[in-house]
Design a protein around this ligand. Structure first.
Ligand SMILES: C[S@@+](CC[C@H](N)C(=O)[O-])C[C@H]1O[C@@H](n2cnc3c(N)ncnc32)[C@H](O)[C@@H]1O
Length: 210
């Protein structure tokens, strides 16, 4: 049988590290909505972008099972740290155990609580920010984190095409689609930001603060 393009891509990119393959499988066995986990392709892209940026400080909004945090942490400078914020306190024990044992996990600080509230309180200047929490709050997240993003720093925002629904908000007027469309328009209208949308998975927006 012919290989799908997705299979072809996955067999021609860097392999998924073993600890991430196990985490992806565990996420599918134990959790609701495992599709939220970044996975092989997006994970390797996040690790690659992080390695290109070479950040000292990374902020992540929305940890879920920790997959993207571990990918982003791969690109940290030797003295670098990643802070991740997750609102679901049922994830705390699992994430703490994961970060205690996984490669680069010791450089990750977990905060349990609301991303918007906590992001404003962490006294750091960020080189790279990954927005992947509540889709209804992306514009508010951007406003909350931009003052602490260094000039020339990057933001990656996930799910910004929302399965293509953002192209038709008259038919798709659910809160998430409307909010993501509002975020996309807001980002595009800001002259202090450079923006690219990659149609990868559910849409990944790359933003640079000029
Ligand atoms: C799409 S998942 C994150 C997936 C993860 N970044 C990855 O790529 O593997 C979104 C996560 O954001 C969390 N979340 C939702 N609202 C939040 C909020 N207000 N503050 C912090 N986390 C939130 C959810 O509990 C969920 O675990």
């Amino acid at each position: 049988m012919a290989e799908t393009l997705d299979d072809y891509i996955l067999s021609h990119i860097s392999p998924e590290p073993d600890h991430l393959r196990r985490l992806y499988r565990r996420t599918h066995l134990r959790h609701l909505y495992p599709r939220m986990c970044s996975g092989h392709l997006q994970g390797r892209l996040l690790a690659m972008i992080s390695a290109m940026v070479g950040p000292r400080r990374i902020l992540e909004l929305g940890a879920y099972t920790g997959y993207s945090a571990l990918c982003l942490a791969e690109g940290l400078k030797p003295d670098g740290q990643l802070h991740t914020i997750e609102i679901d306190d049922e994830m705390e024990e699992e994430l703490t155990e994961l970060f205690e044992s996984a490669p680069d996990g010791e450089r990750i600080t977990l905060h349990i609580g609301d991303a918007e509230e906590i992001a404003g309180k962490i006294d750091e200047t960020w080189d790279l920010i990954y927005i992947d929490a509540n889709k209804r709050r992306y514009t508010e997240y951007l406003d909350a984190v931009l003052p602490r993003l260094r000039q020339g720093g990057f933001i990656i925002a996930d799910n910004t095409l929302w399965d293509g629904k953002v192209t038709d908000t008259e038919t798709n007027h659910d809160a998430q689609t409307v909010a993501l469309d509002r975020f996309n328009s807001y980002v595009a209208s800001r002259e202090d930001l450079e923006t690219v949308i990659l149609p990868l998975r559910d849409g990944l927006t790359l933003i640079r603060k000029k």
